[in-house]
Design a protein around this ligand. Sequence first.
Ligand code: SF4
Ligand code: SF4
Length: 93
Amino acid sequence: MDLAQRGTEACGCDLIYDVINQGLCMGCGTCVATCPVRAISMEYGKPNIDRDLCIKCGACYAQCPRSFFNFDVMNQFEAIGEAIDAAMLKGDE
Ligand code: SF4
Ligand code: SF4
């Protein structure tokens, strides 16, 4: 998925799946401060999202400093890196 699109279409559930459940959350609280409807609260140092309150604005995902390190994105970067390596090796032949 296009990264800019991901940042604007993601919801609190995506933050849970892509960041928190993958162990990427560092407990900075940015998502809590960003949420316009106060759907996120910190519990035991990690965000807890009330899905009934979430209006799926994507603000928490867009502002989270760790959301762009999720595995899907890292795989994309790895694929790009591999393509560059392959192209450079081909250039040496
Ligand atoms: S903004 Fe991201 S890293 Fe910070 S507390 Fe929220 S989910 Fe964790
Ligand atoms: S309302 Fe917006 S900022 Fe709050 S949890 Fe939902 S998507 Fe995130």
